[in-house]
Design a protein around this ligand. Structure first.
Ligand code: HAM
Length: 458
């Protein structure tokens, strides 16, 4: 044997670990790797959170079915002009919060800051006005707003939207508010419905004139916050829902919109309230509720948590009529109404209330194995059980039976199926009742039948 041969033989017999160690020693020392954190205002939805998100989505889906709303999805990216025109060129949402950029083709694109414009675009683009009306849509998705992050206010959040197209009657307003009310009630979240009417293009200008006059008399203007001074010129209605203390005080004596409504808007609002009374939905007439988006008219509403302090801060959802938006965006004149619910804010309530969760994964059976040959057979068995719709769990990467049975215990399964060398040779399998610890040997070929019998005899 030559020296060369000896070296070769030595290398082959060296353990893999020592080979890896030797290889690593040849790599020059590296700088500490850069790590990444998520962007400010963005959230990861981790395992435990996910069950709350599922519960909230499930409840919305159930109500969508019950009230005949149909699911619709729209893209996350849209032409930025869509929002500039619909949400409002002067709105905070577009001027301060919208994420927009030029794509590789030079087009100005936006990450959707709200759902309504895309839903309206889809309604027009797919000619939904040719279908029997009303069209009732149910939408779920993520939205992006460059806001100052704080508890309950994120740069990416999710919304559930319910919208109705092609129905102008006050009954539609009341029914939609009832749906939202039921959503919160069935999730055991106490809310208050805030409601107002902001009139229509016929009666609102007269009110705005009175409002501007009010703020311009007796030195009120100088007490307004910087933003409200600008709003007085661009969008005076928003003076009413400013959260700054001095602006709140000034708004108390401001003229009320309901006093200036035209006959049609007044009748519409009264009918909505009558229906809500009939449906036993409690509400709070809130003359300062105006909503922050340009497209609303007549009924506007928000769902706020109960409690004075919380109510001022964060609404759990909101919406209103937007009877002019479809036409304004190039479609046929179509009345519409809808609302959006903030999923993260609802999830945080549900989590704090510790509602017993039904959507946690439950397993009935655990497949345990000992040794490579048993593992292979156990893997096939797992697939068979899964196909037979049995809720089955495994830990095939584990070698040790004790630790597999600990997993089975944690998963609270009723039965563990154990395949060892002996069972493999005999063509059997052990069924262990996890509660009593009693084990039975059964014919491997009959295992599906045996498990089914036990699970269904419970
Ligand atoms: P919005 O009032 O802007 O309305 O948003 C609806 C809900 O989304 C809010 O009440 C809040 O719960 C949640 N939300 C908004 N911004 C954030 C944020 N930064 N972080 C966490 N949650 C947030 C709209 O977007 C309208 N498009 C709703 C609508 C649908 N109107 C008619 N149809």
């Amino acid at each position: 044997m030559t020296d060369g041969n000896k070296t070769k033989k030595f290398n082959i017999s060296k353990s893999r670990a020592s080979q890896e160690k030797a290889a690593a020693a040849k790599i020059p020392p590296q700088k500490k790797q850069e790590t990444f954190d998520r962007l400010r205002g963005m959230k990861d939805v981790l395992f435990d959170d996910w069950k709350y998100f599922s519960l909230v989505k499930k409840k919305a889906g159930e109500l969508a079915k019950a009230y005949s709303f149909r699911r619709l999805e729209t893209p996350i990216l849209e032409n930025a002009k869509l929002y500039e025109r619909s949400s409002g060129n002067g709105s905070d949402l577009v001027t301060k919060e919208m994420y927009s950029f030029l794509d590789k083709g030079g087009d100005k694109i936006a990450l959707r800051p709200e759902g309504t414009p895309s839903i309206v675009r889809a309604y027009i683009e797919h000619g939904m006005f040719t279908l029997p009306q009303p069209i009732k849509t149910f939408w779920y998705g993520s939205l992006f707003r460059y806001e100052k992050p704080q508890s309950g206010r994120y740069r990416e959040h999710h919304q559930i939207n319910f919208d109705v197209f092609g129905e102008a009657k006050p009954m539609a307003d009341a029914q939609l508010i009832l749906l939202a009310y039921n959503f919160f009630k069935e999730l055991q979240i106490d809310i208050q419905v805030q409601i107002n009417s902001i009139g229509c293009p016929l009666c609102r200008p007269n009110y705005l004139k009175q409002l501007v006059e009010y703020y311009q008399t007796r030195g009120k203007r100088s007490k307004l916050c910087v933003d409200c001074k600008k709003r007085l010129i661009k969008n005076p209605l928003r003076l009413l829902d400013c959260k700054e203390e001095t602006c709140i005080e000034l708004a108390v004596d401001a003229p009320q919109l309901v006093d200036c409504l035209c006959e049609d808007c007044k009748n519409h609002f009264v009918r909505v309230l009558e229906y809500l009374d009939l449906l036993a939905v409690p509400y709070n007439l809130n003359s300062h509720l105006v909503r922050g988006l340009d497209y609303y008219n007549r009924t506007v509403f928000e769902f706020t948590p109960t409690g004075e302090e919380e109510r001022r801060q964060l609404s759990l959802g909101g919406g209103g009529r937007y009877d002019y938006l479809v036409e304004f965006m190039g479609g046929r004149a179509t009345p519409a109404i809808g609302f959006g619910i903030g999923v993260e804010r609802v999830v945080s309530r549900v989590r704090n209330m510790a509602i017993p969760m039904e959507c946690e994964e439950k397993y009935d059976v655990f497949v345990a194995q000992l040794g490579e040959a048993s593992r292979q057979k156990a893997m096939t068995l797992f697939e068979e059980l899964r196909r037979a719709n049995i809720k089955v769990k495994e830990a095939f990467t584990k070698e040790n039976l004790k630790s597999q049975l600990e997993d089975a215990d944690r998963a609270k399964v009723r039965y563990a199926l154990i395949l060892g060398q002996k069972e493999l040779m005999d063509g059997t399998i052990l069924i262990r009742d996890m509660e009593s610890g009693i084990q039975e040997v059964v014919d491997f070929k009959k295992i599906l039948h045996e498990i089914d019998k036990r699970l269904n005899n419970q």
